[in-house]
Design a binder for this molecule. Structure first.
Ligand code: NOJ
Length: 741
């Protein structure tokens, strides 16, 4: 094995020797123990495994307070006996004292003293919750992606977590899928830059063991391509699509040294990823060069029986191990069946040794042998609250993730002297600011939108009126319309409406929120609509009827402060959409970089379009306004030996300062395979004072202008390319150039 040859994960000679020495002393049971991950089970009245509990918390079946109550009062089985017997390599959890307790058993009471690797779903923050990934990706700010991840790593280690089940880097083009919230959106290039930055942030600062964790990139692979946007559903695609669209985010993460990978639940072309030897061994480990280990998703090995690909649990375990699945999340199948499989010769000792070597290597790299415990003073510091700089970064990230979609009549920014009627149940709920897959936050750290307005010194009155759940209080509505000078309506989806197991066939505003908005507009008062949601919504009606639209997603603990500062113009909106927004449901899946068809949508009936809806997006990928305007000019493309040098001028033509995320696209006009109509190839955030103009330059390496064919070979084909630059994937300047490689 390559011994952590990735950029960030080099093991020293001493460390390699340590891994080999431990491995040579292990019994078969102890080796299989390392391949087994346990999660605490709640015993007694509430007999479900921790992983199920986490899912219930995520999908809204269990409220945060109820979860906390259960965790603090219910009797839990932490599998101490199995740990003591050396039968557990990893556990899940986020309680630092419990982590120390379990770690002590592993380190001091097992025969070989191998520490546990403690994993947890820290997707967009633990105590300090940052914006959901689909929102943060819209900042087009790699430095921010990295900075938030670095803080997440520190908080995780402070809570005993050394392994984050993040980043989620599934390219997702169908907004019916609830898990679009967890990832960086529809684009492969943006997703790859996001993946790299997250790995750097999580794993990069190894100067102290308290600073870094092992990343777990997921879900490998094509989970975001689940048919019909229905979670856990089947996927099927050509090799070229796999290699060009879904694999690059993982390739980027591996190049950046990602320590581990979680396999996806779905099958790809008929073989579940969990037992897919081609995907795990040939592609991930050999071609992409994963040095660390692969873990299954929760219960996934067992589910191979239900998939109908394994006869029983034992068979599923054999298939998974042979395919290269190194760790079993939560089924006990490895623990219960692998020994017999090795003894009967179904699974070779080399397979087991390889898996254990990978797992031990990550543990050694994490410094767990030398520093297995969270220092008591670190635990106590967090008990007093989160550091001020964490809240400050959460606020900055939230401000940078807000997208201004529409601002007719320049109602925004708001004047502070105006009386505000704040409307919508979502405006005053701490649960709703954090978004899907946020666990470990405390209510006292959360700033709701109502809190945010109050903190900003607004003259604000609050009228819940109604929300996604379907309620509509006409009296409150009438009062809201009567009282304020301006109405700020907060509408969207609850946290539980996106995330895992939250696919929807209808992604228009749920409940009676449209009716509520129609009534607010009918009042004649200016209405500012702020959307809180975890997925792109179908907003055709809203775009036609609402004068001002702000996409605020689920922005984390500082959401309220961020929304208030953007609406008041203290911060100018600068984010763009990381996913296209449709007019209507039926446009899903919708993405800007679709392959060219022979009959692109046009005036003629016989072109690729709908009779009853536009073919294009309502708000396309990369779209977002500010309080000023930007004009692009002078696109220049110059060919050099190994690259194209591209420059474009951007002028701030308005009266305020602003930041523009400028984007570079490319189209391979004629190729041996049908290519996308355009592909993102670069972006830069540019700060411009009012009236200022800057030239922005991009370097497009020729080696990055190719594509993979259906044999998985990378091809650079001479010919005509269209180079485009502009504010979003629709509004672009373009130049053509013939390139020879
Ligand atoms: C299921 C989810 O698919 C995955 O993202 C998560 O990390 C695991 N459960 C563990 O909670």
């Amino acid at each position: 094995m390559n011994y952590m040859g990735g950029k960030k994960m080099k093991l020293t000679g001493e460390q390699q020797k340590k891994v080999e020495s431990i491995l040579s002393q292990m019994t078969l049971e102890e080796k299989i123990g390392q391949m087994n991950q346990e999660s605490p089970s709640i015993v007694g009245g509430f007999d479900v495994p921790f992983s199920e509990l986490i899912e219930m918390l995520t999908d809204g079946r269990l409220a945060q307070e109820e979860f906390e109550r259960l965790m603090s009062t219910a009797k839990q089985d932490f599998h101490e006996e199995e740990i003591r017997a050396g039968l557990v390599g990893s556990v899940m959890g986020n309680d630092p004292r419990k982590a120390n307790e379990l770690q002590k058993i592993a380190v001091e009471e097992t025969r070989l003293g191998i520490p546990l690797i403690i994993g947890f779903d820290v997707i967009h923050g633990l105590r300090s919750v940052f914006p959901i990934a689909i929102a943060e990706a819209g900042s087009f700010d790699d430095a921010l992606f990295e900075e938030t991840a670095r803080m997440v790593a520190k908080e995780s280690r402070a809570h005993g977590i050394s392994w984050n089940f993040a980043p989620m880097i599934d390219v997702a083009r169908d907004s019916r899928w609830g898990r679009v919230s967890e990832g960086p959106g529809e684009d492969t290039f943006l997703g790859s830059r996001f993946a790299r930055a997250k790995i750097r942030g999580l794993q990069g600062d190894t100067s102290d063991t308290g600073n870094y964790v092992a990343a777990c990139t997921k879900h490998y692979i094509c989970y975001g391509a689940c048919e019909g946007g229905r979670d856990y559903n089947t996927t099927s695609m050509s090799t070229s699509q796999l290699y060009n669209v879904y694999l690059p985010t993982f390739r980027a993460a591996m190049e950046e040294g990602a320590a581990t990978v979680m396999a996806a639940f779905n099958d790809l072309n008929g073989v579940p990823c969990t037992v897919n030897e081609y995907l795990l061994r040939d592609v991930l480990k050999k071609e992409l060069g994963l040095d660390g280990f692969v873990v299954s998703d929760a219960n996934a090995i067992k589910e191979c029986v239900i998939h109908g690909i394994a006869a029983d649990d034992a068979d599923a375990g054999v298939q998974a191990a042979i395919a290269g699945m190194d760790m079993d999340m939560g089924t006990h199948i490895y623990k219960d069946h692998l020994k017999a499989a090795v003894e009967s010769g179904k699974v070779s000792m080399e397979v087991i040794d390889e898996a254990v070597r990978r797992i031990l290597s990550v543990k050694v790299w994490l410094g767990l042998f030398e520093h297995p415990y969270v220092p008591e003073e670190v635990i106590e510091a967090y008990e007093k609250g989160i550091p001020a700089e964490h809240a400050a970064l959460a606020r900055k990230a939230a401000e940078e993730s807000i997208v201004l979609l529409k601002n007719d009549g320049a109602v925004l920014p708001l004047d502070k002297s105006r009386r505000i009627s704040l409307v919508g149940t979502l405006a005053d709920s701490a649960d709703e600011v954090t978004g899907a897959w946020a666990m470990g936050w405390k209510k006292e750290d959360c700033v709701t939108i109502l809190d945010g307005f109050k903190n900003a010194g607004a003259n604000v009155s609050y009228y819940p009126c109604g929300g996604p759940e379907g309620n509509l209080n006409e009296e409150e509505l009438a009062a809201a319309c009567k009282d304020g000078d301006v109405i700020v309506a907060i509408v969207g989806e609850t946290t539980a409406m996106s995330g895992e197991a939250s696919s929807k066939a209808d992604i228009t505003l749920p409940g009676r929120q449209r009716e509520m908005l129609a009534k607010l507009i009918a009042s004649g008062k200016p209405v500012v609509t702020v959307f809180m949601n975890g997925r792109p919504l179908a907003l055709g009606w809203e775009a036609e009827h609402l004068p001002v639209m702000v996409e605020a997603w689920h922005l984390g603990i500082q959401m309220g402060n961020a929304v208030a500062s953007v609406l008041y113009g203290e911060v100018a909106p600068s984010a763009k959409l990381s996913s296209s927004f449709p007019y209507v449901n039926g446009q899903c899946p919708l993405y800007y970089n679709h392959p060219s068809t022979g009959r692109p949508a046009g005036k003629s009936k016989f072109t690729s379009k709908y009779l009853d809806a536009p073919a294009e997006a309502l708000f396309p990928f990369g779209y977002g306004l500010s309080y000023t305007t930007f004009a692009y000019s002078d696109l220049r493309v110059e060919e050099k030996k190994d690259c194209l040098e591209i420059s474009v001028k951007i002028a701030n033509t308005g009266e305020r300062a602003g930041v523009e995320a400028a984007q570079l696209y490319m189209q391979d006009v004629t190729a041996s395979l049908v290519r996308p109509v355009k592909e993102l190839k670069g972006y830069k955030r540019v700060a411009l004072e009012a009236g200022e103009e800057k030239e922005v330059s991009f370097v497009l390496a020729k080696k990055d202008m190719g594509f993979y064919d259906n044999a998985g070979n990378y091809r650079l084909e001479d010919g005509l390319f269209r180079i485009c630059a502009g504010a979003n994937s629709r509004d672009l300047l373009e130049e053509e150039i013939t390139v020879r490689f």
